[in-house]
Design a protein around this ligand. Structure first.
Ligand code: FAD
Length: 356
């Protein structure tokens, strides 16, 4: 195995596979020119870990990877089964050099202007790095007073396996995003639920068109260009009212309260004297980009974010973040993978011919 390559791609989800596909098209040789290192034991990126009730029909649409259509599948197939099967087929069809399970622990600059990629399976060196590690491994739970006192269960959607385990319980769901709404709808079928969000949710009654999508992505792109941490896309798009959401709203499941002020031993409490007893608190409070292994590169600015110029870090054209900020969607990851591969070809193979 060649340990000294031109490009190391870290992560084999939608972003890493799209990048790998385009690197091959741009003339980088699989295995010697580039390699993809992935921490999971099998193909599928974060999709293999999604909760079982997240069926294909309930996703916001998983876009085809470049060059191979997603095979037809019934709407009720769990995404956690269908997407990994598709990704495995994709890797094989295009002969992508994915090494797994290989966890990248640190990326450092070397004295000779290269990168040292330290992993659970030895080191690689490269001229450039494309980071495509997503967010799933960095669930975010905010700090609230009394969290350590609460005797019930606290969990994040990454821990959720289905509503049945909450049957007959009282469950507080925190968070204003699409995951909170979906899980609330399911859990409310079998449990008493209370929904709390920091701000009143913004409902989007009409389907989400391409123009609104572009506007939302542009807002997140502005944030990362200015070096601010990327916001969630739902934060700027609002929550789409599907027929299923409308039914949940009519049942009163989506009546929300502002977030409580503290947790107690057996529930959550507000300073105005309100109290809700709880067996469980589900923190559907989002994710952060999984970038800890890039810390030795000191990419973060004073605002806590990373200033980006397109898909690469501003001032560092050899470090690309694909699936980060405005490209944190399946369609965005596809495009960003293509852009990163093109830029790396221009940078590392300036005399090469353009692919067809
Ligand atoms: P991931 O799929 O998370 O892949 C990252 C890969 O990197 C993983 O294989 C992981 O093992 C690997 N990795 C992580 N750290 C390391 C490391 N240190 N070393 C080596 N490998 C590492 N987007 C949509 O477009 N449509 C949807 O319907 C949709 N539904 C979503 C539902 C949920 C619940 C969530 C949380 C997100 C959803 N998204 C959706 C957004 C979605 O996360 C992205 O669209 C996309 O799937 C992310 O792809 P990715 O390749 O960036 O990351």
């Amino acid at each position: 195995m060649d340990r000294d390559v031109e490009v190391v791609v870290i992560g084999a989800g939608q972003a890493g596979l799209s990048t790998a596909h385009h690197l091959a098209r741009e003339g980088f040789a699989p295995g010697t020119g580039f390699v993809v290192l992935d921490a999971d034991a099998r193909a599928g990126g974060a999709w293999q870990h999604r909760w079982p009730s997240l069926t294909l029909a309930r996703t916001h649409h998983v876009h085809d990877l470049p060059g191979l259509p997603f095979p037809a599948a019934a709407d009720d197939v769990p995404a956690a089964a269908a997407v990994p099967a598709y990704f495995a087929d994709y890797e094989q069809t295009f002969g992508l050099p994915v090494r797994r399970p290989v966890r990248v622990r640190a990326v450092r600059r070397t004295g000779d202007d290269r990168f040292l990629v330290e992993t659970s399976d030895g080191d690689w060196t490269a001229h450039a790095v494309v980071n495509a590690t997503g967010t799933w491994t960095r669930p975010f739970v905010p700090r609230y007073p009394g969290q350590e006192l609460f005797r019930g269960r606290q969990l994040h959607p990454v821990d959720y396996r289905g509503a049945e385990e909450f049957a007959g319980q009282s469950v507080v769901v925190v968070g204003g995003g699409a995951s909170a709404v979906q899980l609330l709808g399911e859990i409310a079928e079998v449990a008493d639920t209370t929904w709390v969000t920091r701000r009143p949710p913004v409902w989007r009654e009409e389907p989400f068109g391409p123009e609104a999508g572009r506007a939302a992505v542009a807002l997140v792109a502005d944030a990362v260009r200015e070096g601010r941490p990327p916001s969630s896309v739902v934060g700027v798009t609002g929550l789409v009212v599907t027929p299923w959401v409308r039914a949940a709203r009519e049942r009163g499941v989506l009546d929300r309260l502002p977030v409580f002020d503290r947790l107690t031993e057996d529930g959550v409490a507000w300073d105005d004297g309100r109290f809700v007893r709880a067996d469980a608190v589900l923190w559907a409070t989002g994710f952060r980009a999984a970038l800890g292994h890039l810390a030795p590169l000191h990419l973060r600015g004073p605002g806590g974010g990373i200033r980006m110029a397109g898909t690469h870090v501003a001032g560092e054209p050899r470090v690309h973040l694909v699936g980060y900020g405005p490209s944190a969607s399946t369609v965005g990851a596809n495009r960003a993978g293509r852009e990163a591969a093109r830029e790396l070809r221009r940078l590392l193979h300036p005399a090469a011919e353009l692919p067809r």
